[in-house]
Design a protein around this ligand. Sequence first.
Ligand SMILES: [Zn+2]
Length: 176
Amino acid sequence: MGVCYLTPKARIASLGLDGHGAVATEFIVAGEVIAAFGGRCVTREELDLLPIEQQARSLQVENDLFLAAGTEPEPADFIRHSCEPNCGMHGNSVLIALRDIAAGETVAYDYAMSDGCDYDEFECTCGSPECRRKVTGHDWMLPELQLRYRGAFSPYLAQRIAVLAGVGAERRAFSY
Ligand SMILES: [Zn+2]
């Protein structure tokens, strides 16, 4: 049994040479929940012991905590990265639509919204004019992304960004 939720308004579809992704099957209104990710909560040390493919399906939720994906992929695992996303983080494990999404559109978020270390870096082929080509665990530090994705970052990244901006530095200490 799976541990993740995927909206019934999306299904897994072939995206040609690019593999599979989650595609909207009907109109989705901005703000709707697209997915909720679950998994065993592990530290980076424990995550590193998992197969690379399983690590890539896992989700960072805190500075040193990850929701480790199961051994078998489940539908929500097929939600892709895009450098021009239509979804964003709502809390550290829920994904919502950032804008209205039409039937037939691929639902995707930017991994910069959730990832704060180098466990899942890759060459991006999303095809967007905004494409960064290489997606890294430090992309959340890019000022243009901090501006564009304001409110759509995982809380631990929003906290890091606030600290960099000199706000709330007293609230929590961290290293990265
Ligand atoms: Zn891209």
